[in-house]
Design a protein around this ligand. Structure first.
Ligand code: KG4
Ligand code: ZN
Length: 348
């Protein structure tokens, strides 16, 4: 008998719900994935405003869940479990998602599965039928995080291998785009313009931090871009975008390949918004030895979505990592480093 897991994501500025069907011996099947974006709410502020994000989640969440059910041709009583992001993220946004999921779980009498947003980004590869050999390496590259992990058997543990010391890779794209007068979010804009540019036009620095380090750093690159734009007011923007993107991609690729060699991993999972970047996908594949399996979710599942929450929720549900009844009220939300990310976006 198949069962159905509803995933709810509201950690930052996307309200998303998705339904995954789990059937023994079958890969996870994504039946629906519905996202309400808030870009127009935050655009004029140049970054996500937490209070405005919370208010919009409150309005959008139940309609988004309802549409996800309709698209999956299911009704509430057919849902077997609900997975929800409870960390990290904007505290108000997380509370709205968790309270909604908790209330639905209580009313429907089904278990609740609290999910770490970053771990879920990596687990999105399960929706493309990826067969992973553990332990493997995982690279998360989003607007708020740039981190390498060793992922342990069955997605049960995530051992940190390296982090950014300052800006995240997505933040570097967003801040760079802003310096060039491009709209937020900057990653897709920079990568689009880069298609018509020469990646060798400007020699931007790559902070490689020594051969024995698998940390990242992107703030020097951003400073270098601001000096370049100041000193070259007539700069060719596609060339600058291509060169800037190349510097980010080269740093990500070099450090990841180093971590793969050091840990002797055979599988690499890459996820988060920046994993949608075509240049990164191409250069990473080319830099890895052929015996390494590279798993990157399809671009639509790289940015924030409810599908990844339902995917990791399905794994955790099968492992018994869920709560129900009175325990529902013990599920906590935690902002962790994601609160820092929202401030970073505003300052960008
Ligand atoms: O994972 P995500 O949707 O949200 C966070 O959890 O942060 O990632 C958003 C980030 C933004 O910084 C955005 O500029 C970047 O991912 N991004 C990209 C691309 N698409 C999104 N960066 C580079 N190239 C892209 N194609
Ligand atoms: Zn994310």
């Amino acid at each position: 008998m198949p069962f159905y897991v509803l995933g709810i994501e509201s950690s930052c500025d996307e309200t998303s719900a998705a339904i995954v069907r789990v059937e023994e011996g079958q890969p996870l099947a994504l039946l629906s994935d519905v996202t309400a974006r808030q870009e127009e709410v935050h655009e004029r502020w140049g970054g996500v405003v937490p209070e405005l994000a919370s208010r919009r989640h409150l309005e959008s969440l139940l309609p988004v869940v309802k549409t996800a059910l309709e698209n999956a041709k299911l009704t509430y009583p057919e849902i077997s479990a609900i997975a929800v992001t409870n960390r990290p993220g904007l505290i108000g946004s997380l509370m709205i998602g968790v309270n909604c999921a908790r209330t639905l779980a209580y009313g429907l009498g089904v278990p609740l599965i609290p999910i770490n947003h970053l771990e879920a980004h990596l687990a999105a590869v399960l929706l493309d039928g990826a067969k992973i050999e553990f332990p493997c390496a995982g690279l998360i590259i989003s607007g708020g995080h740039t981190s390498l992990y060793e992922i342990q058997e069955g997605w049960t543990g995530f051992k940190p291998l390296g982090h950014t010391r300052d800006d995240a890779a997505g933040e570097a794209f967003d801040k760079g785009a802003r310096l060039m007068g491009l709209p937020y979010p900057g990653g897709p804009q920079v990568s689009k313009l880069a298609e018509a540019g020469n990646p060798k036009a400007v020699d931007f620095p790559r902070a490689l931090l020594g051969r024995d380090q698998t940390d990242f750093s992107f703030s020097g690159l951003k400073t270098s871009l601001s000096y370049h734009l100041r000193d070259n007011p007539q700069a060719n923007i596609p060339d600058v975008c291509a060169s800037y993107q190349e510097a980010i991609v080269d740093a990500l690729v070099t450090k990841t390949v180093q971590a793969m060699k050091r840990g002797n991993y055979r599988h690499l999972v890459v996820a988060g918004g920046v994993a949608a970047n075509g240049r990164l996908r191409t250069k990473l594949r080319a830099a890895l030895p052929p015996f390494i399996s590279l798993h990157i979710p399809r671009p639509a599942l790289c940015t924030d979505n409810g599908a990844m929450i339902a995917a990791l929720g399905s794994v955790r549900f099968a492992q018994g990592a869920h709560v129900s009844g009175a325990e529902l009220y013990d599920v906590e939300v935690s902002p962790s480093t994601e609160a820092k990310r929202a401030r970073g976006k505003q300052k960008a």
